[in-house]
Design a protein around this ligand. Structure first.
Ligand SMILES: Cc1ncc(COP(=O)(O)O)c(C=O)c1O
Length: 373
């Protein structure tokens, strides 16, 4: 079965094989070596330049755990942009942590406009942090980085906490240029690993202010996570096999090994750019295919996610499409929550390529003409 759901996504056999290596101790020299292999590639994934003072780290938790960590180090007043299930979770976690949360909520499939954020910052601020999900996997909706950076420019003490779960390794982040303070992701989306660990990038500004706060968590303390990673001494026993798999995957991405043959060879930042381009090609192909069947993306196409195509069903029997594709060896997803039956989602991310997507869409073509007028 080929996984085209919005995560977890397909994992290459070479990466799976890393999970089956003999055990090593987490305080061993071998573990230090594995951890050292990660950072240069993570810095490329988050788009950090040579002189950047921002930090990358890995933690054995899921993306929801990282939402918690990002918030644990932030102050008490939070502005949450809510446009789907995961951005709502981010706001909910802030409330569970006892923060005062102001929600800017829009219907699923829309993004919160920068002007709305600017008005809230000016009229209801000051805020200690803003939470945003750059790619709402539940609706396939992107909230681009640039405009958020612009509206936050006058507020240097307001931290920008960004979920890049279905964005990282699918599109550029340019963490410093986009003024992000804390970006995190689980690895089971465009990084194409099995779920189990999470990666993050943290600004020096965020760390400095977090160090000065009472942080009411031990396991999800962002300072402990970053300092433990950099000292090569994780606070607790990490998911060691996942570190091995991540090292292999990141090295392969940087070496251009995961690129489709028609993308040509590339290494380093150029290989990452080509990976982003491949995701762009898959996004465009998905939109064009949907339109050829009289369907359209749930969000405006310019706010389509680089990793998840969420397509309006327009009366199509989504369950039949999902089942029909399953019988042909492809798994896609029904809509999320209230969008079930009204949308379906194709996770075109990870190590998937345009030619693989064409196979999936050809199989969907066999099922669709009879159903769409
Ligand atoms: C955008 C986004 N954020 C957060 C999560 C939560 O991730 P996890 O289930 O790994 O905690 C997901 C999961 O799909 C997601 O897509």
């Amino acid at each position: 079965m080929k996984l085209w759901i919005p995560g977890p996504t397909q994992v290459r056999p070479e990466v799976l094989a890393e999970l089956a290596r003999p055990a090593i101790g987490h305080r061993s020299a071998a573990m230090v070596e594995v951890t050292e292999r990660l950072d240069p590639h993570l810095r490329l994934a988050f788009g950090l330049g040579e002189g950047s003072t921002s930090h990358v780290a890995v933690h054995s938790t899921s993306a929801s755990g990282m939402m918690e960590a990002a918030l644990v180090g932030a102050g008490p007043r939070i502005l949450s942009l809510v446009n789907g299930a995961f951005s709502k979770r981010f706001a909910d976690i802030a409330e569970v942590l006892g923060k005062e949360v102001v929600r800017l909520e829009v219907p699923m499939g829309q993004r919160v406009a920068p002007e709305t954020v600017a008005a809230a910052l000016a009229e209801q601020g000051p805020f200690d942090a803003v939470t945003v999900v750059s790619s709402e996997t539940s609706t396939g909706t992107a909230t681009p980085f640039g405009p958020m950076a612009e509206v936050l420019a006058p507020y240097p003490d307001t931290m920008l906490l960004t979920d890049v779960v279905s964005w990282v390794a699918a599109a550029p982040i340019d963490f410093d240029a986009n003024r992000v303070d804390f970006a995190f992701a689980g690895v089971q989306k465009a990084l194409a690993l099995p779920p189990g660990i999470a990666v993050c990038c943290v600004s020096e500004r965020y760390l400095a202010q977090a160090r000065g706060r009472t942080r009411r968590s031990w396991y999800h303390d962002p300072v402990r996570i970053v300092e433990g990673h950099e000292a090569r001494k994780t606070p607790a026993t990490p998911a060691i096999p996942h570190y091995l798999a991540l090292a292999r995957q990141l090295e392969d991405i940087t070496a251009g090994v995961t690129l489709a043959p028609d993308m040509g060879p590339a290494e380093g930042a150029a290989a990452w750019q080509k990976r982003f381009d491949e995701h762009g090609r898959m996004q465009c192909r998905t939109i064009a295919w949907a339109e050829s069947h009289g369907l359209g993306l749930l969000p405006e196409p310019r706010f389509g996610s680089p990793g998840v195509g969420c397509i309006r069903a327009e009366g199509l029997d989504v369950a039949a499409l999902v089942d029909g594709l399953k019988a042909r060896g492809f798994q896609i997803s029904n809509g999320y929550g209230d969008l079930k039956g009204k949308t379906f989602r194709i996770g075109h991310m990870g190590d998937h390529t345009l030619s693989g997507l064409d196979e999936l869409l050809a199989a969907a073509d066999e099922l669709l003409p009879a159903r769409v007028g």
